[in-house]
Design a protein around this ligand. Structure first.
Ligand code: BT5
Length: 264
């Protein structure tokens, strides 16, 4: 992997600038610095290895060299309302799920930001708002995808079972063409970021739909209920045992089907 191979593989896509790093701390951190300096819309930072890859709330994201895709896009927020920020993580997950579907794999989206294959996590999305003063300047959309088996962290290092695309597909996958397909899907969906279509497509691939789940935020009390779907902002809709329908904000939230004893 090098800068030239990315430029060739992504030729013709309406991207901003592309920067490739053999090894970097976190592509999201560098993308945020780039956004402050006025990176053009749809600029891409991609790394073969991350030494400080991040998940939500400072959790670590494992990206060893030679086996994963780790990249961040600097996106013009296009007048997104703040309450619609959860939609961006949905956009990232949807693009990865569509790419997996084109390979014949059934991916499910575990709200708010994971892509599951065979009930195991194969991709995480980290969407971060970048503010300049009180202006939403950019959206940093970071996506990490486990492609080959060395990218799968050891079981004791993860809080949810993990897998990778090649194990689930049973054959080798070209990382560059996978990235191109994800970007094509993102490019196609981005103009519809505020549309009901995005929510329906996301909801159509939602994991645990109709099942009893528990959502915990660490700070607030856990909420239990049947997972109904998404509301118009991309928040999770649950029906609690009392029959009340509540919307849960994205953030420090973990989701578990109640029939599964896994704990996060
Ligand atoms: C996420 O956070 O899943 C978002 C991950 C986003 C990573 C991308 S890579 C490019 C860009 N640059 C960055 O620095 N980040 C983004 P969260 O839902 O908080 O899940 C984090 C948890 O997933 C960790 O605490 C581990 O338990 C688990 N984990 C870490 N690495 C993993 C991997 N490679 N595969 C599966 N699970 C992993």
């Amino acid at each position: 992997m090098d800068q030239l191979s990315f430029e060739r593989a992504l030729a013709g896509l309406p991207l901003g600038r592309i920067q490739f790093f053999p090894s970097i701390g976190s592509t999201n951190d560098l993308a945020a610095q780039w956004a402050s300096k006025g990176a053009p819309d749809f600029s891409l930072i991609v790394a073969d290895e991350q030494t400080q890859g991040r998940g939500r709330a400072g959790r670590a994201w494992f990206t060893p060299p030679g086996s994963a895709l780790a990249f961040s896009l600097v996106l013009d927020p296009q007048a997104t309302f703040v309450e619609d920020l959860p939609r961006w993580a949905g956009l990232g997950g949807l693009a990865v799920a569509e790419t997996l579907a084109s390979l014949g794999l059934k991916a499910e989206l575990k709200w708010p930001n994971d892509v599951l294959l065979n009930s195991k996590k194969t991709c995480g999305v980290l969407a971060e708002a970048h503010w300049l003063g009180d202006k939403l300047n950019a959206l940093i959309l970071g996506i990490g995808i486990n492609i080959a088996s060395p990218s799968v962290p050891p079981a004791e290092a993860v809080n949810y079972p993990a897998t990778c695309v090649e194990v689930e597909l049973g054959k080798a996958v070209d990382r560059l063409s996978f990235l191109r397909d994800v970007l094509e899907s993102l490019i196609a969906w981005r103009p519809r970021i505020s549309s009901p279509d995005l929510i329906s497509a996301w909801e159509g691939r939602l994991a645990f739909k109709g099942q009893a789940v528990q959502v915990s935020s660490g700070a607030a009390e856990d909420i239990r209920g049947d997972l109904l779907g998404l509301d118009e902002h991309g928040r999770l809709r649950l029906q609690t045992p009392s029959g009340e329908v509540v919307s849960v904000q994205a953030g420090e939230i973990h989701l578990r089907p109640l029939i599964d004893n896994a704990s996060k």
